[in-house]
Ligand binder design. Sequence first.
Ligand SMILES: C[S@@+](CC[C@H](N)C(=O)[O-])C[C@H]1O[C@@H](n2cnc3c(N)ncnc32)[C@H](O)[C@@H]1O
Length: 296
Amino acid sequence: MNLPVPVVSAARIHTALLGGAVFAVDRSVAIQLTNAVPWWPRAARTLHEQGLRMAAHLVARGFDQVLDLGCGLPSPSGPLVHEIAAARYPGATGARTVYVDRDIHAHAARRIGLVCQPGSDGSDAVLADITATEDLLEHPAVQGLNWRRPIAVLLHDVLPWLSDDAATHLMAVLRHRLAPGSIISSTHLLSAPHPYATAPLVQHHRKAGIGLWPRHLPAITALTGTWPTYIHSGPGRLPVCTLLTRSPGPGRFARPAFWPFPAARGREHRPLRQPCAMHQPRQTTPRPLPTAKDTQ
Ligand SMILES: C[S@@+](CC[C@H](N)C(=O)[O-])C[C@H]1O[C@@H](n2cnc3c(N)ncnc32)[C@H](O)[C@@H]1O
């Protein structure tokens, strides 16, 4: 019997870099990437670990609804987001996590993980393209979240896999639809020169048919619009950053205490030099929501 050879996938290459089991075709690309860009597995792992840490932080801060966009395959080493949430809010009506990915293997693995986890009744997994954001938000599983209450949206190591237009549109729609008090947590690969040059990484991904968009910090913060944002870059000189973006409104918004440097207000962001900063929005009135046509 001839089984189809799976096309290489960003989700599975990522899992290979984290030490998980994948198809030979993905492992082979992961090895080529590692040979060409030796710091990349460390950066991928750092982005992943920071994402999990932010998920735990947000759940501990009271978020019982989590929308994990571009969730990828389950972590080979760390805890799963719905497990973190279910541990904090046990019971059938406790926490709700909705996983979304366009990768069929990531989707299937998330589904299996939910079926095998007692007490995850309110959680679900959706196979969808997050750049068709309006359609995604109409999906019954996503609608199952209470959009009148705060939601923690996770975009962990996902925005660098979206073009500028797609990332801008996704973030604009989320900001428009989320209730006050909601948070968007994101991690991002930064554009960087030698010795962490990201250009070869982009080229090698392109050869494998995968688009990758590392960005400079101003371009990343621009995605957060007028929402107050804390940024943490690093650790060390790795070209990665973590952003915590909160819908304006009542309630305290603080940087995570485990970020090592105190927030500096109103200073310009400098990738790799300023480890933590408070993004001061210049605009105070919300901009109209762009349509898909505007952002194409
Ligand atoms: C580098 S992985 C990150 C996985 C996970 N969030 C983490 O932190 O480990 C990027 C994920 O984004 C998903 N992704 C990229 N573009 C997407 C899109 N347009 N729609 C849905 N998922 C997407 C990929 O399939 C992949 O699983």
